[in-house]
Ligand binder design. Structure first.
Ligand SMILES: Cc1ncc(COP(=O)(O)O)c(C=O)c1O
Length: 446
């Protein structure tokens, strides 16, 4: 293999010396060196195969030959910036438009989810001429300074909350303030946003945007209750603000039944701005903001050019088009629906055998398994979750990881070619590990 020049220990030592230590590795105690991948499988330097349950970026499968071919062919022909007239950018925008509600018909191409959200923030502030932003608790929207400011998951560990940022409760019906037994959690959680808007107005401030992931992932693989987004959008718009749906993790058919996760909220709901990234280029840095003619018009009206050196270049757009083709040709949404339902069923059955499984939730290939040491108290079983992750990797060569404020939600966001057999294998191995944990009473939490 041309790239495999160093022994694993050498790579590790060089990484420690040369790469900023805030850039953490997966499995930092015993990192895995991956040198190639295909479909839903990763291979280490000894050709040991790992099942990848978490790489939502490699959406249509690692190193998919159609994506490689599209990239190589366009790379061989032309790659310029988007200031020259070229077919790819307009053809790609047109294909994306066909997946979205009609009013989301203007596109800006960028290189990462962070860039997309930063631009969404600028669009919202320019359009509304307001500054303040409402975000959900535990949210993460990116690594730029502007986004650390609107990401409670980060700013709580850093400089803290800015006066223009307001945090609404996470609509988590498992452990949030309104739960499954509430008659209308969607409305109840939306009313918390209404209250927040009133509080903001009392301070003499004005809302520019409500930002939320369509399925909060860092927050713990949360499924927003029905009616929530429609009501929030109504409140936010009547305050003069806009609704931004962050689809960086959840877009491009991951939920199976719909192309975008915000569509789970029903036909009547349409955000004002949608940001997208990760799966869009199947690993190639490609991201985007979709918005309305009115919002884009206000951004243009400020008279300042928006120029992004790499955003929307012919190679990126050729890759984006190829990703859309593969999703369709291989019916990956259908696969996400079928395999995701099977995975959720299997995990739900497992819940009847293991007290430690507090909740199983998800839609399509976006699934979370929340571990708790006490079902009534919902005490997060953080260390057990970490142990499950470690043992799955060491004993079964299965890669999963955790999310949620207490890192006790084992998450599944695999490439969309994940199979029934993959789901069965992962669940069998989790069953074996949890059985061992129960028998030996090894949990820190019990
Ligand atoms: C929901 C969400 N939005 C935005 C981002 C930022 O994307 P990127 O890392 O491509 O800048 C992330 C990254 O993890 C994310 O999960």
């Amino acid at each position: 293999m041309a790239f495999e020049k160093l022994r694993k220990e050498e790579t590790l030592a060089m990484r420690k010396r040369l790469i900023g230590q805030s850039c953490r590795l997966f499995y930092s105690d015993e990192p895995v060196k991956i040198i190639k991948a295909r479909g839903q499988y990763l291979f280490d330097e000894n050709d040991k195969r790992y099942l990848d349950c978490i790489s939502n970026v490699h959406h249509v499968g690692h190193c998919h030959p159609s994506i490689t071919k599209a990239a190589a062919e366009q790379m061989d022909l032309l790659n310029t910036n988007a200031r020259f007239l070229h077919d790819n950018i307009v053809m790609y925008a047109d294909r994306l438009a066909a997946t979205l509600p009609e009013k989301l018909c203007v596109f800006y191409f960028v290189n990462s989810g962070s860039e997309a959200n930063d631009l969404a923030l600028r669009l919202a502030q320019q359009y509304t001429q307001h500054q303040d932003v409402i975000v959900l608790d535990h949210a993460y929207h990116g690594h730029l300074m502007s986004l650390i400011d609107i990401s409670p998951y980060k700013f709580r560990k850093l400089a803290g909350q800015k006066e223009w940022v307001h945090v609404a409760p996470l609509p988590d019906t498992y452990r949030g303030i309104y739960r499954e037994d509430h008659p209308n959690p969607g409305q109840a959680y939306a009313d918390t946003v209404k209250d927040l808007i009133e509080e903001v107005h009392r301070k003499g401030r004005k809302i520019s945007a409500f930002f939320a992931e369509s399925l909060p992932s860092v927050g713990g693989q949360i499924i927003l209750p029905q009616g929530y987004s429609t009501k929030v959008a109504e409140y936010v718009r009547s305050a003069g603000g806009v609704f931004v749906a962050d689809e960086v993790q959840t877009g491009f058919g991951r939920v199976g039944s719909h192309f975008w996760a915000f569509q789970l909220q029903g036909e009547g709901f349409c955000p004002d701005i949608v940001t997208m990234g990760k799966p869009m280029g199947n690993g190639h840095p490609l991201a985007c903001v979709a918005t309305t003619v009115e919002i884009a018009g206000a951004f243009t009206a400020n008279g300042v050019e928006y120029f992004n050196t790499f955003g929307g270049n012919p190679v990126s757009c050729a890759i984006g088009l190829a990703v859309l083709d593969v999703i369709e040709k291989e019916d990956l949404r259908g696969n996400a629906t079928r395999v995701g339902a099977h995975l959720k069923d299997l995990l739900t059955k497992l819940q009847t055998q293991h007290q430690i499984i507090g909740d199983v939730r998800g839609v399509g290939l976006f699934v979370g398994l929340e571990l708790v040491s006490d079902r009534d108290q919902k005490t997060p079983a953080t260390e057990t979750a970490a142990r499950v992750v470690k043992r799955l990797k060491e004993e079964d060569q299965i890669c999963v990881s955790t999310d949620g404020p207490w890192e006790n939600v084992v998450k599944f966001k695999p490439p969309m070619c994940f199979s029934m057999e993959d789901a069965e294998l992962a669940v069998r191995c989790i069953d074996r590990i949890l059985t061992g944990v129960q028998c030996s009473r090894l949990t820190d939490e019990t």
